[in-house]
Design a protein around this ligand. Structure first.
Ligand code: NOJ
Ligand code: CA
Length: 704
């Protein structure tokens, strides 16, 4: 091995400092021989001196007695083109330094710590080099600290091993109490949050000096998810890995590496939303030929089950097998006639996908019994005609999206996966939505542990082998792996719009927090677009979406995903054809993105340019408070007039009292125009901006 010392200021303690614009990393081995790092932004402390290391089952002292063997540095400034994304080209600009360290005691274990310093923060990972005295080993604990310089405001959800589906709490670090929420959130199927003071990542922090800090991880592969334990007295956050069934955190085999720990920081909130650090830390696409991967919008037989109008199951009785036949309840949503109705609507409106849930047998007792062999993923209910629907969908150029709910029985899915993907290939399904509602099997494993992290990746790879795109519900939260596996279009791993169907729902601020937290790791299948905002849940008068209708439209721009559902019923869209036009028009793949303004918990305004087209789309959302979103259109091409179609809250709209009131107006605009959009309490606005044609140039009035 060659150890270079170039460009570094090294002292006997190994003390090193690297600066990239406003970001500075300091690293040293302290008097105990423990690795210690700190991060500054514009001279302000982001991470106070924090120690690093591990407790291994085989070596409880893998955090001290280290000596520095050498360092290596390199500088990278490159660009790459994502298969799909918010921008068509991503700049990857960083300086890397590797510290090769060795323990002076015991077996003399080797460890490498690799830092990358970006314009917008710092990332690091541990590598265990090949070495004689450390081959197969077990991580009992990772001891990485993130010591905070103050009692910052945190946007957090409980550090639950099995769920990310909580509403966010905004509090001081010292006020974190995961149990309060974990105990009361009975609408979440499985909740396991043993540490009262643990939170999930991505964690967003705001300092009183106005720094925004996001802590998460990138490239989570063959390791368990990192949560953060909060020490209220010292304001220290410590990495806490989700354990397996016997309490271990990860099984490794040297040479091996951990995921990257990421610290993204800026004094401007929009910079966090624009950060590409997590994507950049993931490997380039492992899929060479990607022409079969295509972002899409979809509708589905789905909301009708969420609201209780129809059911996933064919029968109301799990044990109704009389002479081998289930007794139909008459409420089964996934019947051939209904699927055709959705296919017709999709075809008429240029929507590519139709998700059909509840098509396969097993839904009568799918949940809550911890039953292993729950679904087989190939046997349809008697009223779902696979061959006829294959023919019908193809004749209308629509793709039916396969649904594989596993009920948390990952072992069952592992055994069936090859068969399930072959079935998809044979019957024309080019994408699948999987799901993991319930306690995991292997029993004792958790959704966010290493075993399941490997399982989700296996499903993504298997899907890629079969040229199938995948959307995973209830996995661990994403860490940018969609760069490496662009067939991994989206995942849920957060509290989606569905919670508005069956619970107290999502508060109006929810969608202004998600992009700063969960979405930092990757796209979410949030399922926006509900138009019938109140009264959809039989017998529950106050059940409603906690936004206005116009805000539902804005979410197609503010919540980025290459996979976007139009979640409401066809008949509710037919009742608002004018507003539905925005959903028809809005693309799911982009050349460029401008974050105009953003404040977590309060508002977000984003403008994006359609991929390979001259059209722009804007979305502006607010929390429970009304506001005016101003968008200067300076990004438009000079000398060209555009038509802006503005889908806005009506003057008297209000998320609670009058959510359905919207107005749609058209104006001529150019790059000197500044749009001023009035957002109602809990409201939003969506705008499409397209080059004007000759007729529009004459007929449409100028914006003022
Ligand atoms: C939970 C998922 O989030 C939801 O979208 C799905 O309909 C149900 N599980 C059933 O699979
Ligand atoms: Ca879910």
């Amino acid at each position: 091995m060659l150890f270079l010392q170039t460009g570094l200021y090294a002292q006997e303690t190994g003390s090193t400092s690297i600066t990239m614009n406003k970001v500075r990393l300091d690293f040293k081995l302290n008097a105990k021989g423990s690795p210690v790092y700190s991060v500054y932004y514009n001279q302000q402390p982001v991470i106070q001196p924090s120690s690093m290391g591990f407790i291994l089952l085989e070596d409880s002292s893998m955090d001290k007695n280290f000596e520095l063997l050498g360092t290596e540095t390199k500088k990278v400034d490159e660009s790459w083109k994502p298969v799909w994304g918010e921008v068509n080209s991503v700049r990857n600009h960083y300086e890397q330094v590797v510290f090769h360290i060795r323990q002076k005691s015991g077996a003399g274990h080797l460890l490498d710590i690799i830092f990358r310093i970006f314009d917008d923060g710092v990332a690091f990972r541990y590598e265990f080099p090949k070495q004689p005295a450390l081959k197969y080993f077990t991580v009992a604990d990772e001891l990485t600290q993130f010591n905070m310089a103050g009692d910052h405001t945190a946007f957090w959800i409980p550090g639950d091993y099995d769920s990310n589906e909580y509403p966010y709490t905004k509090s001081r670090i010292s006020e974190v109490d995961a149990w309060k929420l974990a105990k009361s959130a009975t609408e979440i199927a499985v909740r396991v949050a043993p540490d009262q003071f643990a939170v999930q990542t991505p964690l967003l922090l705001k300092t009183k000096e106005g720094l925004y800090i996001n802590i998460h991880e990138a490239a989570l592969v063959d390791y368990s998810s990192m949560q953060l334990h909060v020490d209220k007295a010292s304001l220290s956050l410590t990495s806490k890995l989700v354990p397996d069934a016997v309490g271990n955190k990860a099984y490794l085999h040297a040479p091996s590496k951990t995921p990257w720990r990421t610290i993204i920081v800026s004094d401007k909130a929009p910079d966090l939303l624009a950060s590409k650090m997590i994507l950049n830390l993931n490997e380039p696409s492992a899929i060479q030929q990607t022409s079969w991967i295509a972002p899409m919008k979809f509708i589905g037989i789905w909301w009708e089950m969420q609201t209780g109008k129809s059911t996933w199951s064919y029968s109301a009785y799990p044990d109704s097998l009389v002479n081998g036949a289930l007794i139909p309840s008459g409420k089964h949503g996934a019947n051939t006639t209904n699927v055709k109705r959705y296919i017709d609507f999709a075809a008429q409106n240029g929507i590519k996908g139709v998700l059909v849930e509840g098509w396969n047998t097993g839904w009568e007792d799918w949940f809550g019994t911890w039953k292993e062999n729950v679904f087989d993923f190939v046997t349809p209910y008697p009223d779902f005609d696979v061959k006829e629907l294959k023919r019908y969908a193809a004749s209308k150029s629509v793709n039916i999206i396969m649904h594989n709910e596993t009920s948390g029985s990952a072992t069952n899915y592992d055994r069936q996966m090859d068969t399930a993907f072959r079935f998809m290939n044979e019957n024309g399904y080019t994408s699948v939505k999987t799901g993991y509602v319930g306690r995991i099997i292997p029993r004792g494993e958790h959704h966010d542990g290493q075993w399941m992290v490997n399982h989700y990746l296996r499903s993504i790879q298997k899907a890629a082998d079969h040229k199938v795109m995948i959307d995973i519900h209830e996995p661990t939260r994403p860490t940018g792996l969609h760069r490496t596996y662009p067939n991994f279009l989206a995942s849920e791993a957060a509290r989606g719009n569905e919670f508005n169907a069956f619970s107290i729902g999502n508060p109006p601020e929810h969608e202004t927090i998600l992009p700063f937290t969960r979405l930092m790791g990757g796209p979410m299948d949030y399922t926006p677009g509900i138009f019938d905002i109140k009264g959809y849940a039989p017998g529950v008068a106050d059940r409603q979406i906690h936004t206005t209708l116009a805000k539902q439209l804005a979410l197609y721009v503010t919540l980025y995903s290459p996979l976007q559902m139009a979640a409401d019923y066809p008949e509710n869209y037919d009742a608002h054809k004018d507003a539905f036009q925005f959903i028809k028009d809005v693309p799911v793949d982009w050349d460029d993105t401008n974050i105009i303004e953003a404040e977590p918990g309060d508002y977000i305004t984003i403008v994006r340019k359609e991929k390979n087209a001259a059209n722009w789309f804007a979305g502006a959302i607010t929390d429970e408070n009304n506001r005016i979103a101003a968008i200067p259109l300076s990004f438009l091409d000079n000398g060209i007039k555009y038509i802006a179609t503005i889908y806005a809250d009506a003057a008297d709209a209000d998320w609670k009292t009058n959510p359905g009131a919207y107005k749609i107006e058209q104006f001529l605009v150019d790059n000197k125009t500044q749009l001023k959009l009035k957002l109602a309490n809990g409201g939003g606005a969506a705008v499409s901006i397209k080059p004007a044609d000759a007729v529009q140039l004459k007929a449409v009035k100028k914006y003022k």
